[in-house]
Design a protein around this ligand. Sequence first.
Ligand SMILES: *Cc1c(COP(=O)(O)O)cnc(C)c1O
Length: 426
Amino acid sequence: MDCSAQYQALGISPAVYQLGEDILSHLKPRFEAIDQVAEYNQNKVLFAMQKNRLNATHFAGSSGYGYNDEGRDNLERVYADVFHTEAALVRPQITCGTHALTVALSANLLPGDELLSPVGAPYDTLQEVIGIRPSPCSLAEYGVSYRQAELKADGTFDYDAIAAAINEKTKLITIQRSKGYVARPSYSVKEIGELIAFCKAKKPDVICMVDNCYGEFVDTIEPSDLGADMVVGSLIKNPGGGLAPVGGYICGTKTCVDRCGYRLSAPGLGQEVGANMGLLTSLYQGFFLAPTVVSGAIKGAIFAANLYEKLGFAVVPNSTEQRNDIIQAVTLGTPEGVLAFCKGIQAAAPVDSYVTPEAWDMPGYDDPVVMAAGAFVQGSSIELSADGPIRAPYTVFFQGGLTWYHAKFGILQSLQKLVDAGIVTL
Ligand SMILES: *Cc1c(COP(=O)(O)O)cnc(C)c1O
């Protein structure tokens, strides 16, 4: 079947559509490989649900203290089985990824301990958590010191610098899998495993934590399969499958996760409190769909990389590189380019498609930032979304797409807006 007439009715010109089809005709083998990863991960999630005898009673809502919430406890067993960890904390009370990481860090670091990032500066929001940028209640205020080993110029690990940074105070090593919004590679699980092995050889009892945001289900293994003591992420990214309306997770050793439970609620209470507020069906079902949703987002990222690289724009990762997360960066080179791209993503959204994104002075950023998102869940970045600071080299970061077809449509719309603005000529 040919959808070209339908695309034309939705504002995509025949030239844009045809370019997209030409690009796609070369991507079949890569898409097949992505489908295989999704199939493997689908089975992994399914078997974990079967093993834990998931049944209708596990979807029941709870309120108040949430004592004896079997559905909540079973969801945590399912997560622990998928990540191959002893324990898991998966809660709607964890408000976002930054909160999950904060719980994991502050539960496992005590005054006098040192935190080490062997992969350069951590994600923006964590800088205040750690106290790199001073903030009330930062780890620094509580007497936790911080050290970081810079990456080598090509973005690989500087093992000499890491070895030199590990000392008698080093208690926890935090490794960010995804590049986030900086110019360095995202790391494969295998690379992270090698880094963990190196750190543990140097200091066997050090806790290795991985910020797993945007990385879940991109590969058939997770960092917890290669030695991570904790993997941490947000449910409005990959593992929520687009259905989770809120939440975060921490999977890891029983010792580490127990402490996270006490930190999240209160010493003595731990994981025994925390009502599910009727959200369990979406958390289970979203986790069930997540491998497929992630595969669609990766296809969209690869499609965009190939399309924009062909048009002469710099793209990271490039058209052929292995994928380690769902983020794609496209350098458009002008403010108008960033705006047009984001307009296209917005125009393609199922929600708020009629609004025009504009750059604004967001708190915490030095330059105006433009963001495009028309999501069912506010701020969800497993849904198709794009954002870019209005500053040289004018790079837009985009990610997500609940289905591959929607990601494809959004990317074609972004190109259409660039054509309409006279920035790209086909
Ligand atoms: C999204 C993200 C976080 C956490 O961000 P929240 O917006 O608080 O969910 C942390 N680290 C990385 C690498 C991320 O991509």
